[in-house]
Design a protein around this ligand. Structure first.
Ligand SMILES: [Zn+2]
Ligand SMILES: [Zn+2]
Length: 321
């Protein structure tokens, strides 16, 4: 790989971080709809529309908290992120979340600090009496729209990583797009064969299962190289070099593992450390095998999907061919 590399304060080698682009914030109201796996997919879909066709990213990595709307263990997230991977014609889409009690390391927490600082001592819709808003749904909706407008004005002037924040307001009860089938997907997942939506989504889930790697805190969709796969033959891999690179560790990103002989056992080796050090690779492989042997009971023999729970296992069985 020809990318620039850099070292952090512990001496770990990394690919140079991509230059931070604009930070994008989508505002919607929990009272009028809130965030779901579907709204996240809609937001990301819109962000991709901002790219020129030949500059669209080929691989998307998502670092998320373990909330139900973005957890790699949620079937709704599986369905919508898989749909996004397909519709955006991405080579790969990887979602990782931090282990419990580690979400403070998530860069979004740091980004939020900047946004909340911009709101210090500010009351949104401070002049609501002037508009004579009443306590009914329609007035609440109007008041929320006003709050969104004021928020946008403040955050659009806020700088993050030297760039102005891009603030997108999703108005309450607006028709979101392109995905608008949340209840149907939910129903199909919940009731299986007893759902009238089962047939609509069955093939979608089956297809996604044959194109993903799932372990705890990790979900990874990728194109295959099977000549019989209609989708991947029609939409071939665009970045072969990155594809080969990501296949090296058991066809997935290596699991983060601490080693006593490396960084005092306090810090995880980086991906490049692993790539460049054969001893470390061997140690990693041994530990990985150990993990797998303890997880054996919870791994699907056909597709290696990691079952999060008994409910997950029976749902998985429904779609795994
Ligand atoms: Zn395929
Ligand atoms: Zn399976």
């Amino acid at each position: 790989m020809s990318e620039q590399k850099s070292k952090d304060k512990y001496g770990r080698e990394f690919f140079e971080k991509p230059r931070a682009r604009k930070m994008n914030v989508f505002n919607r109201s929990f009272r009028f709809g809130g965030s779901t796996a579907e709204t996240h997919a809609n937001d990301i879909f819109k962000l991709f529309e901002n790219y020129e066709e030949n500059k669209k990213p080929k691989i998307l990595g998502i670092l998320c908290d373990n909330g139900p709307d973005f957890s790699p263990s949620s079937w709704l997230v599986f369905s919508y992120m898989g749909k996004l991977w397909k519709d955006l014609n991405l080579d790969q889409l990887i979602i990782c979340s931090y282990a419990p009690r580690s979400s403070r390391f998530n860069p979004i927490e740091i980004a939020w600090g900047t946004l909340s600082q911009a709101l210090a001592q500010i009351t949104l819709v401070s002049d609501h009496q002037k508009y004579n808003y009443k306590e009914n749904k329609e007035d609440l909706r109007l008041m929320f729209i006003q709050a969104q407008d004021e928020l946008k004005e403040i955050w659009s002037k806020t700088l993050y990583a030297g760039k102005q924040v891009n603030c997108v307001n999703i108005s309450p009860s607006c028709e979101e797009s392109p995905y608008r089938e949340y209840d149907k997907v939910k129903d199909a997942l919940k009731h299986g064969r007893n759902s009238e939506n089962h047939q609509i989504y069955k093939e979608h889930f089956q297809f996604l299962l044959s194109h993903c790697v799932k372990r705890s805190y990790y979900l990874h969709f990728k194109k295959c190289k099977e000549s019989g796969c209609e989708f991947c033959t029609a939409n071939p891999i665009k970045n072969e070099q990155a594809y080969e690179f990501l296949e090296k560790f058991d066809k997935q990103l290596p699991r983060p593992i601490l080693f006593e002989g490396f960084y005092g056992g306090d810090h995880y080796p980086s991906l490049l450390d692993l790539m460049n050090n054969e001893d470390l690779q061997k140690m990693h492989k041994e530990k990985e095998e150990l993990f797998k042997s303890t997880e054996k009971e919870n791994i699907c023999k056909k597709c290696k999907w990691y079952h999060e729970s008994a409910a997950d296992k029976s749902r998985h069985k429904r779609y795994c061919k």
